[in-house]
Design a binder for this molecule. Structure first.
Ligand SMILES: Cc1cc2nc3c(=O)[nH]c(=O)nc-3n(C[C@H](O)[C@H](O)[C@H](O)COP(=O)(O)OP(=O)(O)OC[C@H]3O[C@@H](n4cnc5c(N)ncnc54)[C@H](O)[C@@H]3O)c2cc1C
Length: 297
């Protein structure tokens, strides 16, 4: 039996600390519970939202009028066999990074400090400093929501691109992955990890709730620099604002609403387009309904 909760505030489950309630919420422990949750949604004709660690999600103020499935610490086992890790989707990506580095395996060290789950990282093809998770992935297993079956795909079939993968476009629950690492020098890997964590601390407004980079990088450009050039660094709307420290971050000063963040996103899109000619594409994933449409030239 799975426990399905009602009216669970999603602001507690996103790094932005923003978002209304999910009408139903469940945190499955195994594949049977995932299947039962999907069956529940199907019977009640509810839309399904997958929530990993919520570090790339902007949930609307009205919340999610359906079933939200949290894939987090209750589904986070990792098994190592030599240079290969088999991990469930809810494990913190950074915990996997730390384990690999401590084992002296290379591949994920540049991803140190990314605050999401493995599942979210696979969906987003998370990356940093020229590395993406896709390079270490051998296979991904997932629950196909439409077919109600567990399937498995190799890296080549996942169509990984810049902050994208086929998993974003399919209706799936990512269950986990097999990751294969390269031999590395443990001390050097620990050093790289330390350097990366320091760079993050120095450049990112980690002291206020945020969702990481709000926009994808336009080819050959940096979104943050474009927003800065458009004169929006530090621009505030309500309790949200474009960070003074890094203009591709929007921060929640306390009690910000999703609509305020959405408005800042639209203002940045419009201003950058009008002044500099680049159309910024959001990297953050929107969940629920928003009144204000994104900017389209
Ligand atoms: C301070 C900060 C720094 C960041 N730095 C980086 C960075 O350097 N590089 C980078 O790439 N990102 C970065 N991010 C963004 C974010 O951490 C990544 O996108 C991360 O991979 C998202 O994982 P998550 O578990 O939080 O996913 P969520 O935010 O919960 O979800 C993201 C998307 O994945 C889907 N999803 C999540 N889990 C599953 C699952 N098991 N099955 C199916 N779908 C699922 C969700 O429905 C949603 O569409 C940063 C965020 C913050 C707050």
């Amino acid at each position: 039996m799975i426990t399905i909760l009602r009216d669970i505030p999603l602001c507690d489950r996103t790094s932005f600390k923003i978002g209304g309630p999910a009408r139903y919420f469940v945190e499955p422990h195994d594949e049977d519970e995932i299947r039962a949750a999907i069956d529940f949604a199907r019977e009640k004709n509810l839309p399904v939202l997958l929530v990993g660690r919520g570090s790339n999600l902007l949930v609307s103020d009205a919340g999610w009028d359906g079933l939200a499935i949290g894939i987090g610490q209750s589904y986070a086992a990792v098994t190592w066999r030599g240079d290969t890790a088999t991990a469930q989707a809810g494990v913190l990506l950074d915990s996997l990074v730390l384990q690999s580095v401590r084992h002296g395996y290379a591949g994920l060290e540049e991803l140190s400090g990314i605050p999401g789950s493995l599942g979210g990282a696979l969906v987003m093809n998370a990356g940093a400093y020229g590395t993406t998770i896709s390079e270490t992935v051998e296979r991904v297993s997932y629950f196909d929501i439409d077919k109600s079956i567990i399937a498995d795909a190799s890296r080549g079939a996942l169509d990984f691109g810049y902050r994208s993968s086929i998993l974003q476009r399919k209706k799936v629950v990512v269950l986990g992955a097999v990751l294969k690492f390269l031999p590395g020098n443990r001390n050097r890997l620990l050093e790289v990890r330390g350097e990366v964590l320091n760079k993050r601390k120095a450049r990112q407004p980690l002291y206020l709730p945020n969702c990481g980079s709000v926009f994808k990088r336009p080819p050959g450009q940096f979104a943050g620099l474009l927003i800065e050039k458009a004169g929006l660094k530090g621009f505030r709307f309500g309790n949200a604002g474009i960070s003074e420290q890094h203009a591709n971050f929007i921060v929640n000063f306390g009690g910000a609403r999703a609509a305020e963040v959405r408005h800042l996103i639209v203002v940045a899109q419009q201003r950058v387009y009008e002044r500099l000619g680049f159309l910024l594409e959001p990297e953050v994933i929107f969940a629920g309904s928003f009144e204000e449409p994104l900017f389209h030239p």
